[in-house]
Design a protein around this ligand. Structure first.
Ligand code: NAG
Ligand code: NAG
Length: 304
């Protein structure tokens, strides 16, 4: 592992995790630029554009836009792997996603590498940890051979909110961390990202106790808006800054042995604004590594 691009003081503070590099994946939306649902052919075009960067993507709902139905054949055709998402926040969204999984996962376990139940649902206070745990367990029981876990904001893991899920025996956790939404200038963004991830990871392993060696921890989302995006306090949008964050933060996290899902693969020009830690709503249309018409914005090769 070559770590010359990492901040040395930062690395010294972080315990060695793993001899092998983490895997890079990308968050992938299920709508085209005109807001229509992606068909299998659209996912195939996505995968053709992405394959030089990675062959792993994660999605957010199995039933919305028929995501599971449409993406699984595309992944098969193009040699991609998919982490499928379940939106557990409401009985109806959970039931619809669970039914879609029952239909499209069996026989496709070679493509569906994992299922995540929930995306920042604890952060939004959409479900209690107990309720989320029972939904994760329901999915795990249905698919005993598939990795099933959850994704939430790093601070919900670090502050104990997710403890009942860890104590309940779940072993797959993806923590989201955005130095941008934490109002950090680019010069401190990678340090903030590393601090976030280490705090979440350390707390999860502490609570897991004897189970800590079974935990699979990764970063579920990180990223930085490019030209055209909004500033967020000291965090300035811009393609140069996004490239800087990618090269130092993301490449560094991978070198540390942590899996990273970058948010996101393509710009989603239809998206409504999103709200950060200080309550301000900001543009979320310019977060792609690629433009909406699938052109790369900067050099995505990590030093190795
Ligand atoms: C820089 O990041 C570190 C790590 O998260 C944090 O402790 C520190 O407060 C940040 N500095 C500023 C000026 O926000
Ligand atoms: C992209 O970045 C990598 C790693 O820093 C570097 O080795 C490579 O030369 C760069 N490629 C281009 C075209 O600049």
């Amino acid at each position: 592992m070559r770590v010359t691009h990492l901040l040395p003081a930062l690395l010294a503070a972080i315990p060695a995790v793993s001899a092998s590099r983490g895997n890079l994946g990308l968050a992938l939306g299920n709508k085209n630029a005109d807001q229509s649902c992606k068909a299998t052919s659209d996912y195939e075009a996505d995968f053709d554009a992405l394959k030089g960067v990675t062959t792993l993507v994660r999605t957010y709902s199995a039933s919305d836009c028929n995501t599971a139905q449409n993406i699984v054949p595309a992944a098969k055709a193009k040699g991609f792997k998919v982490v499928l998402g379940v939106w557990p926040d409401y009985d109806q969204s959970f039931d619809q996603d669970f039914n879609a999984l029952k239909q499209y996962v069996p026989g496709n376990e070679d493509v569906v590498t994992a299922i995540t139940v929930g995306s920042e649902v604890l952060y939004r206070k959409g479900l209690t940890a107990q309720k989320l745990l029972s939904r994760i367990q329901q999915v795990q029981q249905q698919f005993p051979t598939v990795t099933v876990g959850t994704v939430d904001s790093w601070n919900k893991f670090a502050d104990g909110t997710a403890d009942p899920i860890i104590q309940g025996g779940v072993t797959y956790f993806l923590a989201n961390g955005f130095a941008y939404w934490q109002d950090q200038e680019i010069g401190n963004a990678s340090a903030t990202y590393f601090a976030d991830m280490s705090q979440a990871k350390r707390h999860i392993e502490q609570i897991a106790g004897a189970n800590a060696n079974k935990i699979r921890f990764g970063n579920g989302e990180t990223g930085w808006p490019t030209d055209g995006g909004s500033d967020y306090g000291a965090a300035k949008a811009g393609t140069k800054n996004a490239e800087k964050f990618y090269q130092s933060g993301v490449c560094g996290m991978l070198a540390w042995g942590i899996d990273v899902f970058y948010f996101e693969a393509f710009d989603e020009s239809w998206k409504p604004d999103s709200t950060g830690d200080n309550g301000q709503a900001m543009d979320e249309k310019h977060w792609g590594l690629f433009t909406a018409d699938r052109q790369p914005k900067f050099n995505m090769t990590c030093p190795n």
